[in-house]
Design a protein around this ligand. Structure first.
Ligand code: PAF
Length: 287
């Protein structure tokens, strides 16, 4: 596995690979890798001749400086995991390499991300998805991958990236990979490392409540299903629901009746102490 630090080195690496007819898969990450990331890497390695993983904690998608400062970083451990997973190259650039002169010095560009970027995370983290679109489009332009892999834990992010790719006219297949969970059901996330042992012990309640709500939804309304999840989680000390929305899985429009859509997903963000955790569950899947 080769470690690349500059845009030029990545371009050279990719053009050599493509020159010999190799397909290229990209797994964009912010590092602090866990089994969730490794499952994306596994799919990328299986589906492409060459797999590149980017490790970059992107400052432009954080709207809270403390969140950016405390985001876990463990580059050396990440390199070891990726080498073992059969990755061809890691792209681990500096902030200056990605944003010469700093993020504020970049040409202003407003991405057309559609309705999907305005709700839920978009409402509670203003500017977040513009920052995600900025870095992901930059990575796509640098790496020019055939396929890019994203985890469904960040369900809304995938919808937004699909909109970005369409509006920017970027040719890449976006592959959505299923959520990886710990044995007790907690969705794997780099942020889990920030939980105290007491918080870690109650965090699986998020998935428990969502799972229970799927059963509950069979003979209850959308509103009642929503409320049962929020009430159950807010009753747990340390947990505070920021939002829970039951939406159409494609448009992310909130629904009022189950019959409104063949694809219904509940998306939730819960504070566990100061750690912001997200998760989701499908109520209906398209046939
Ligand atoms: O999901 C993430 O880790 C990030 O949002 C991404 C896609 C790597 C962009 O920084």
């Amino acid at each position: 596995m080769i470690i690349l630090r500059t845009v030029n080195d990545v371009r050279d690496f990719v053009s050599t690979a493509k020159g010999r007819g190799a397909s290229v898969g990209l797994v964009p990450t912010m590092g602090a890798l866990h089994d969730g990331h490794l499952s994306l890497v596994e799919q990328a390695v299986k589906g492409n001749d060459v797999t590149i993983v980017s490790l970059f904690v992107n400052p432009t998608q954080f709207n809270n400086p403390t969140d950016l400062a405390t985001y876990p970083r463990q580059e050396e451990d990440d390199f070891k995991l990726l080498a073992k997973a059969g990755v061809s190259a890691v792209f681990a650039p500096s902030v200056e390499e990605m944003y010469p002169g700093g993020p504020d010095a970049q040409p202003k560009h407003e991405f057309d991300l559609g309705h999907a970027a305005e709700v839920m995370e978009g409402k509670y983290r203003p500017g977040h998805f513009q920052g995600v679109a900025q870095v992901v489009s930059l990575l796509f332009r640098i790496v020019n991958p055939d396929r890019a892999y994203f985890g469904e834990k960040d369900f809304q992010q995938i919808a937004v990236i699909r909109n970005m790719v369409k509006s920017e006219g970027i040719k890449v297949d976006i592959i959505a990979c299923p959520i990886k969970r710990a044995d007790d059901g907690l969705a794997l996330s780099s942020r889990n490392a920030l939980l105290t042992p007491e918080q870690r012990a109650v965090a699986p309640e998020i998935h428990e409540a969502l799972k229970y709500s799927v059963e509950y939804s069979r003979d209850h309304s959308v509103r009642a299903t929503h409320d049962t999840v929020v009430e159950r989680l807010n009753a747990v000390p340390e947990l505070q629901v920021e939002y829970f929305e039951i939406v159409d899985g494609r448009t992310l429009e909130a629904i009022d009746e189950w019959e409104e859509s063949p694809y219904v997903v509940g998306c939730i963000t819960v504070y566990c102490g100061k750690v912001r955790l997200i998760d989701n569950i499908a109520y209906r899947l398209p046939k």
